[in-house]
Write a protein that binds this ligand. Structure first.
Ligand code: HEM
Length: 495
């Protein structure tokens, strides 16, 4: 009780507004079972404050709901707001802590890891990956001709394969490769673990002492956490295998083994969906034509497609609460509010991108808002017009890779296909629920059927020709991995 009074009467009295916390549980009891970002958005609206405080147990957490406050805190005051808070579940229990860039506190160690990461996926570096990224994207279109109903699997294979080529020089060629489901399951588990909630395991965040109890008191609970750790060991083993196979191959694993020691790193550390395609097609047909798919060189002449891609990033962001929380390295005063050192501060990207003032009618998919000079455009606090990849010094290291890949893939699929809702046996269109997204920290749409049909015979031929050529070009990255086989065998035995 003394602790509660101390926290509420001293620390809380000039913090951003929020519901009155109870002893021990704070406000945790108010959290909904799913998608707390929607609840926080409503709370922010009802308190009429874009920045609010919500107590998770005895810890006040701060939630930001508009781009302007996010830019002021995370970008303009980046020297203060670039650390991570202590996180029981995602950092301590997963043992990622200070060995993983994502959860590392701000400081010299983080700087070294960030520098080393940028050797692999920095903005300049990723331009070198465009050839194989383009080829992998061509394979998506090629496969969609044959098995359009498996469109999700084709996109997952693409993403896994691009990262695997960068990291280990080995591509993932089949949608049935179990490594895809493995990687995605581990990521999904990690994403689930990190959603603030009042049930296990997030209850550890409210009552951190529970995490000190013997793990066998919570049967099954730590399974996913252990997997995360095992995932790290697995990636390290893959890197070693790539290095042993060909120490001169131009993959990131080799670059790390060569250059990381000079930074003092050890080997272990190295490890109502009415979308109007008419405008897009008009632009693609005029600029690109039917005989070959779009390239990055076409980008400056495709302003509508660029606006479309921005809209995708804005409309439904993957990292719905901006990934991991930031934390200030010192006590700070902002707009008269006290924000103590180490406070957990999270950008509610869902709410930022749905702020009615900045994006009127926010669930409408309207790329025109991103066209220069459009009367529909509204000011935003950064040039990109979205905050999908986070902020300031902690901004996503893979942003360049993700943005260029998303552009080329969207441009190609829009150019190549008529994408429509599926039809049922009676020929009626199957409705798509634009709010049916998963609950994890990285949200994705719940599976829904849809139709992909090539827009013309000429286009279909171009997709086939480019697909065959891409397969040939990418064959240099095709090889069996002993480490992957071992890993999958072990996973099967444990299942
Ligand atoms: C659409 C794809 C992606 C999205 C939406 C995304 C989003 C994010 C977000 C929101 C953050 C937290 C930023 C912050 O704290 O302010 C982050 C961090 C990070 N991302 Fe991504 N990311 C994506 C893809 C990637 C890829 C492909 C890579 C690597 C190849 C990557 C590597 C990282 C790393 C290393 C961090 C931690 C940076 C740090 O804490 O200093 N991401 N990402």
């Amino acid at each position: 009780m003394a602790d509660f009074l101390n926290a509420t009467l001293t620390k809380n009295h000039n913090q951003p507004p929020g519901p009155l916390p109870l002893p021990i549980v704070g406000n945790t009891h108010l959290l909904p079972k799913n998608k707390p970002w929607i609840y926080f958005e409503q709370l922010s609206n009802s308190l009429n404050s874009p920045v609010i405080t919500f107590w998770i147990g005895r810890n006040p957490t701060v939630w930001i709901h508009d781009c302007w406050s996010a830019t002021e805190l995370f970008e303009r005051k980046a020297a203060v707001y670039s650390s991570r808070p202590s996180m029981v579940v995602f950092s301590e229990l997963t043992r990622m802590g200070q060995s993983n860039l994502v959860t590392m506190f701000y400081g010299d160690r983080w700087r070294v890891h960030r520098k080393v990461t940028h050797m692999g996926v920095g903005l300049q570096q990723v331009r070198k990956y465009r050839d194989f990224q383009n080829d992998e994207s061509r394979i998506i279109a090629y496969e969609l001709l044959r098995t359009p109903e498996k469109y999700v699997a084709h996109l997952e294979r693409y993403a896994t394969s691009v990262v695997s080529i960068i990291g280990f020089g080995r591509r993932v060629s089949s949608i049935d490769d179990p490594i895809i489901t493995e990687v995605i399951a581990v990521m999904q588990k990690a994403a689930d673990l990190n959603v603030p909630g009042k049930s296990f395991p997030m209850l550890f965040e409210t009552l951190p002492w529970l995490a000190r109890l013997p793990p066998n008191l919570f049967p099954g609970l730590f399974h996913g956490l252990g997997k995360r750790r095992r995932g790290q060991q697995f990636f390290h083993a893959l890197a070693e295998e790539a290095h042993q196979r060909d120490p001169d191959a131009p993959c990131y694993a080799n670059q790390l083994f060569e250059e990381a020691p000079q930074y003092g790193l050890q080997h272990e550390e190295i490890s109502s969906l009415a979308v109007d395609f008419g405008h897009a097609w008009e632009e693609l047909d005029r600029v690109v034509g039917p005989h070959g798919s779009p390239t990055w060189e076409d980008e400056p002449s495709l302003p509508y497609i660029s606006a479309f891609v921005k809209k995708v990033f804005r409309w439904r962001s993957v990292a719905i609460i901006g990934g991991q929380p930031h934390a200030p390295v010192t006590d700070d005063i902002w707009n008269g509010y006290a924000i103590p050192k180490g406070t957990w501060i999270q950008g509610n990207v869902w709410a930022i991108h749905h702020n009615e003032r900045d994006f009127p009618d926010p669930d409408r998919f309207d790329p025109e808002r991103y066209l220069k000079g459009s009367p529909k455009a509204r000011p935003f606090s950064n040039d990109r017009g979205y905050m999908t990849f986070g902020w300031g010094r902690r901004v996503c290291s893979g942003q360049g890779l993700a943005e260029q890949g998303t552009f080329i893939t969207i441009a190609r699929l829009l150019w190549g296909f008529n994408i429509r809702k599926a039809v049922d046996k009676k020929g009626k269109e199957v409705p798509v629920d634009i709010f049916a997204y998963t609950n994890g920290l990285n949200t994705r749409p719940e599976p829904f059927p849809c139709r992909f049909t090539p827009r013309s015979d000429e286009i279909r031929q171009a997709i086939e020709r480019e697909g065959r050529q891409a397969l040939e070009d990418l064959s240099v990255y095709d090889f069996e991995s002993e480490r992957i086989s071992q890993y999958l065998k072990q996973s099967k035995q444990e299942a």
